[in-house]
Write a protein that binds this ligand. Sequence first.
Ligand SMILES: NC(=O)c1ccc[n+]([C@@H]2O[C@H](COP(=O)([O-])OP(=O)(O)OC[C@H]3O[C@@H](n4cnc5c(N)ncnc54)[C@H](OP(=O)(O)O)[C@@H]3O)[C@@H](O)[C@H]2O)c1
Length: 289
Amino acid sequence: MRTLVIGSSGQLGQDLMQRLGEGAFGLTHADIDVTDGVGVSCIVRDHEPDWVINTAAFHRVDDCEMNPALAFAVNAVGAANVARAAAEAGAGVVFYSTDYVFGGEGRPRHDPHTESSLPDPYNVYGVSKLAGERMVMNANPRHLVIRTAGLYGVATSRKGWTFPELMVSKGRADGWVKVVTDQALSPTYTHDLAETTQALMEREARGLFHLTNEGECSWFEFAQATFDITGIAVNMEPSATVTGERRARRPPYSALTSERLAESGVPRLRPWRVALEHYLNAKGLVEAH
Ligand SMILES: NC(=O)c1ccc[n+]([C@@H]2O[C@H](COP(=O)([O-])OP(=O)(O)OC[C@H]3O[C@@H](n4cnc5c(N)ncnc54)[C@H](OP(=O)(O)O)[C@@H]3O)[C@@H](O)[C@H]2O)c1
């Protein structure tokens, strides 16, 4: 199975490349720009892939509010360009979307959004990704649209840090962190996401899937687990989201679960805390006792 991975030097892209091995061909942003429809068509056709995985995104959530044209160019039109090019080449397409298609105001904890929940995005990033989902589905019937959340992985992304890494570095430097308690999500290890993506492709699964590590936590609980596992002693101050402090409104509750994985015969991803422990060990961040 020959697979093109767009965004192959990104956080998820690097795990996909490793997971897929010899059958994978990676394209970085220098090799392809998903906003250039003609260019995308030519490049995809020349590679004759069975699958095209598109990890490219403009996902700096606050910057998307300032530049909605770019958000839609990459996350919606760009996604459609890739999906259409794949269809023309007889290939399937994988597109990654986000938990930010949900808002969750007033939704109780421990009632995660499923694939049949009604999207309700609160910011430009979420709206542009939701548009991307629809455009991918329309452009290529052989599609996997995967909503995921709170990604962290061993491969360094261009932003240079993951949330657990940031917590470890602040905790070690200051011995004190302040983290919000009123935004809950299902954080996801890119290693596990890459593995389950491959399993769905191998089974020729189609349609919309929520792929996150099992369970949910607030950012505060995510940080707390990071310190528990690494053994770093830190004073933690719980805080509340301040409206208007950041440009993009954050969803208070965007935890996800899947009601479709079981029917595809693909196991659920492991619980988020178990995955976090694996990651922190792989990164060498756990302190020796
Ligand atoms: N990160 C999260 O927490 C999170 C949560 C939910 C969903 N997602 C989705 O998951 C996917 C992967 O995220 P990630 O964290 O792996 O992102 P990432 O590390 O930023 O990787 C994305 C890659 O796409 C490339 N890219 C950006 N714009 C492009 C364009 N116009 N044409 C071609 N390539 C382009 C980037 O290259 P440059 O950096 O050189 O521009 C980068 O290598 C994205 O679709 C994202 O929306 C992420």
